[in-house]
Design a protein around this ligand. Structure first.
Ligand code: FAD
Ligand code: NAG
Ligand code: NAG
Length: 509
């Protein structure tokens, strides 16, 4: 049986089955449920979408998740020696509530925490170094950054407070049709200003000094997004939340979340590349016609296609990220939206660090810094350097000093040459390089983001990357898209793009 007839049989069967078990009920229940949903991409966004779609539409719908590469997407691990290490998305904020919910639901513990120690490198030497003692750190920071650091934390908290509103809206089922509307619902006009200005402009107008921006803020935006303080204020503020010491990760690797969500959502993984999505109109028993999305894909056993009621695109529609043609849509849909993704190269090195590369006069055996951020300078070839712990922390593990051979992760805009590696490390026994098109190049002023709705029942999850590309943002977008798909299927407009939710919900509570 070909895939096409198989899918038709399944459709017919489901149709009979659904009409068989449904007893006459209220008008909204008479509305048929969708039968098949496709999700393109099995990163955290796509797999979270499968999870939330199952939650919205119930057990009856078949959910297929297409993945051309490896489940996890920008969450990936690399094996070095006896252990696995993260080569993509690394750290999760304690207030990322969706991700927290996922680990609880799936039953994977967070990874055991190993205390870290940060330093800042200006291309020649370490200009700041944390000590093991909180009180010393406090005075060192105060000495170097004055009260700027405290004020920064307070400013970031006001942004975070507004950010957290999204969880309540989503809990009550509210959804948004564009990234701008979603941001506006969280933080009002102030969030639209944030996304339309550079972080530098925003913080200067809040009274922070240029020196503080160069010495403290820029190293953080470089380690988080491989870009300068000229990224927009929203993604910039989120990157500053990463300075929280309670950042966590998933035991066994962050990509386990994606596998867990796939399993939990009872969706089917189809290892294939989606090449195009079109519209197919079929006569229908009830109405005049029904339209389906025809998803064409190429897998190991050649090319095939299938029909779906709803499709969610969970991969960036950008050059180098995906190549999906949309045919038969009016107005036409592009394969690639304007704007580009930024290259970040993760080089994992199992070796011995050359501490003099960092201008340190310490003995390597006394060098216990685990995270080196960098200031922007012509001498900096790297964005950051971190001593990585394995994705699963073995019993009795403690992070060795720099004199031991261990795994370091170097992030840089370009691949490292052999000479550069020889400069940074005195010796190594293995190197693994991953070239990521990691995140959008964030350059304000803000250009309109692509919409969450590409066509009636065709959704675009990755539009959210233009607000900020983080695991949690993909999860928020996944829930938003699942809610949109549900409300629009059942024609419930009252939960979409509502204004003033914050004031209204305060009144309701
Ligand atoms: C080096 C690096 C460090 C990062 N650090 C952090 C961090 O510390 N904290 C944090 O929160 N975030 C971090 N991020 C960002 C985070 O990893 C991403 O925001 C998140 O993983 C994006 O998930 P996604 O599912 O939306 O997209 P992706 O993970 O990109 O998933 C898209 C998937 O679609 C698949 N695909 C593409 N085209 C097709 C097609 N035609 N057919 C079928 N499948 C297709 C791809 O193979 C991919 O698996 C980091 C990212 C990188 C690269
Ligand atoms: C963004 O800023 C530009 C000027 O820098 C302005 O023209 C534009 O209207 C702003 N857009 C929004 C959405 O605020
Ligand atoms: C270590 O780094 C210093 C400073 O960059 C450099 O002069 C030296 O050659 C490096 N040592 C090794 C063994 O590569």
């Amino acid at each position: 049986m070909s895939l096409k007839t198989l899918s038709l049989t399944v459709l017919l069967f489901l149709n009979l089955w659904l009409s068989g078990i449904r007893s006459p009920a209220s008008a909204s229940e008479l509305q048929e449920q969708p039968k098949k949903i496709a999700v393109v991409g099995a990163g955290i966004g796509g797999t979270a979408a499968a999870f939330y779609l199952r939650q919205e539409f119930g057990a009856g719908v078949k959910i297929d998740v297409f993945e051309s590469g490896t489940v996890g997407g920008r969450l990936a691990t690399v094996k070095m020696g006896d252990h696995e290490y993260e080569s993509g998305g690394l750290r999760i904020h304690p207030l990322n509530l969706h991700l927290k919910h996922f680990v609880e639901k799936i039953g994977i513990p967070p990874r055991k925490n190993v205390a870290s120690k940060m330093a800042i490198f200006d291309g020649k030497e370490l200009v700041f170094e944390e000590s093991d003692w909180f009180i010393i750190n406090f005075f060192r920071m105060l000495w170097r950054f004055g009260f700027n650091l405290l004020r920064m934390q307070m400013w970031v908290e006001t942004v975070l407070d507004k950010f957290m509103r999204i969880y309540q809206y989503q809990q009550y089922g509210y959804a948004f049709t564009t990234v701008e509307r979603l941001l506006h619902a969280m933080g009002g006009d102030s969030f639209l200003t944030l996304i339309n200005q550079t972080l530098e402009e925003t913080m200067m107008s809040e009274g922070f000094s240029q020196t503080f921006l160069n010495d403290m803020v820029s190293p953080i935006t470089r380690v988080s997004f491989g870009q300068s303080v000229r990224i927009h204020g929203f993604v910039g503020a989120l990157s500053l939340t990463g300075a929280d010491s309670a950042m966590w990760a998933v035991d066994g690797g962050n990509k386990r979340l994606c596998l867990g969500l796939l399993y939990h959502s009872k969706s089917e993984l189809i290892p294939a590349t989606v090449t195009s999505v079109g519209i197919e109109v079929r006569p229908s028993k009830k109405g005049p016609t029904t339209s389906f999305y025809k998803v064409n894909y190429v897998g190991e056993s050649g090319s095939a296609h299938d029909l779906y009621d709803i499709v969610v695109i969970a991969t960036p529609l950008h050059q180098g990220k995906s190549d999906i043609t949309f045919s038969g849509f009016s107005p036409p849909l592009p394969s690639h939206y304007p704007g580009r993704y930024h290259q970040t190269v993760s080089t994992l090195v199992n070796g011995v660090l050359n501490v003099s590369y960092l201008g340190s006069t310490k003995l390597a055996s006394d060098f216990t810094v685990s995270e080196v951020l960098t200031k922007e300078s012509k001498d900096s070839v790297i964005h950051s350097l971190a001593s990585l712990d394995p994705v699963h922390i073995p019993q009795g593990y403690s992070r060795p000093p720099a004199s031991h051979s261990k795994v370091w992760r170097v992030s840089s805009p370009h691949p490292l040459s052999r000479e550069q590696l020889q400069n940074i490390f005195t010796s190594w026994d293995s190197v693994s390089e991953t070239r990521w098109l990691a995140y959008p190049a964030y350059r304000p002023p803000h250009r309109k983001t692509p919409p969450f709705i590409l066509h009636n029942r065709l959704y675009y999850l990755s539009a959210v990357d233009w607000a900020a590309s983080t695991m949690e943002m993909s999860a928020i977008s996944a829930r938003n898209v699942a809610l949109l798909a549900h409300h629009r299927w059942h024609q419930q407009g009252t939960k979409i793009d509502q204004e003033d939710l914050h004031t209204r919900m305060r009144g309701e509570l």
